[in-house]
Ligand binder design. Sequence first.
Ligand SMILES: *Cc1c(COP(=O)(O)O)cnc(C)c1O
Length: 402
Amino acid sequence: MSLLNEITADLAALDTQRARRVRKIVASPQGSRVIVDGREMLHFGSNDYLGLANDPRLRAAAKRAIDRHGVGAGASHLVSGHFSPHAELEEALACFVGDFSERPRALLFSTGYMANLGVVTALLGRDDALFADKLNHACLNDAALLSRAQFIRYPHASVAALHERLTASRARRRLIATDAVFSMDGDIAPLPELLELALAHDAYLLVDDAHGFGVLGEGRGSVEHCLHCMRAASRSPAWERIIYMGTLGKAAGVAGAFVCAHETLIEWLVQKARTYIFTTASPPALAEALQESLAIIGGEAPRRERLLTNIARLRERLAAIVLPPSWRLLPSSSAIQPLVMGDNAATLAVSRALWERGIWVPAIRPPTVPAGSARLRITLSSAHDAADIDDLVAALAEVAAA
Ligand SMILES: *Cc1c(COP(=O)(O)O)cnc(C)c1O
């Protein structure tokens, strides 16, 4: 059979499993209302948690920067594409999140995916081991495979299981990698305990804070949140063991990612992280928009408070209505509120029924989540208001009763 015949059959199999993905086309800016496939929809499916993706101040900063620096960077960072806005943004990020470290430095990457690949492959090789939570984001898993290190997964959030695996390991270097806020479940990793394990087993801790940066720890992210808890409990913060990865396309509203860690580690990444070296630098205008975003994140607590109010309202209202016993709202305190239905077809049917009511909540299916755990991934933003939340809950109640 030819390649084309084979994959035609594989595509048909995806249809049978209700697993084929189709892309909806958005014709407006991101927001709580979007024009999609020609219709205005109330939207609960983006990671734009603070409503910054279409903020006028960010738009203005990007436009000014385009007039100053043009559109493209024209080369990779190590050749001739490292512009002043990139350098300024790295400084600002190191100051903003690097509180935990005495000599922090930050390095910009074009995406979070590339940052994870770059960090893991620059630090680990065949004699080393990566310890990973079972529910980590796909790109941390891909990073492990690419590095050729031993890839040791532990059950979700199980500190005891990780302790056992670390104790048994004879690897030269050990890196523990975890989502800080799990992208499809919304729960938060036990960072203080992971950090203590790292310290006890001469390991490092890579924290992927794609969903915590901008939101948790006064916007400084999950590590700040965790270190604050540890200081309050008089536990040693061990900051030099932390490699912090934050993404800039979610709460920060733009695109890209950064790694913040000890200056020596960052210098090594500049020399060795292949996803940093062998790619064109991101447009400098994005770095300028991100400086504006950082100022807003640092300066505007009400956005985060509005998000928290929305999260509390959704959970409260959902608890007050009758949902089918097969639907399970996961225990999440983050902006990610998963309503697990299990079956692909059932989840798609609910997503479609909401769509017919003018509400867009994407159905997330395997392989993005484990088999049998298809779900509506409801994401909230500070751009939603109370009436938006109530509309969603009323629609869910209707669909549940139908
Ligand atoms: C979105 C995401 C990434 C990838 O970040 P991008 O900048 O979108 O490439 C990495 N890790 C987690 C946990 C994510 O949710």
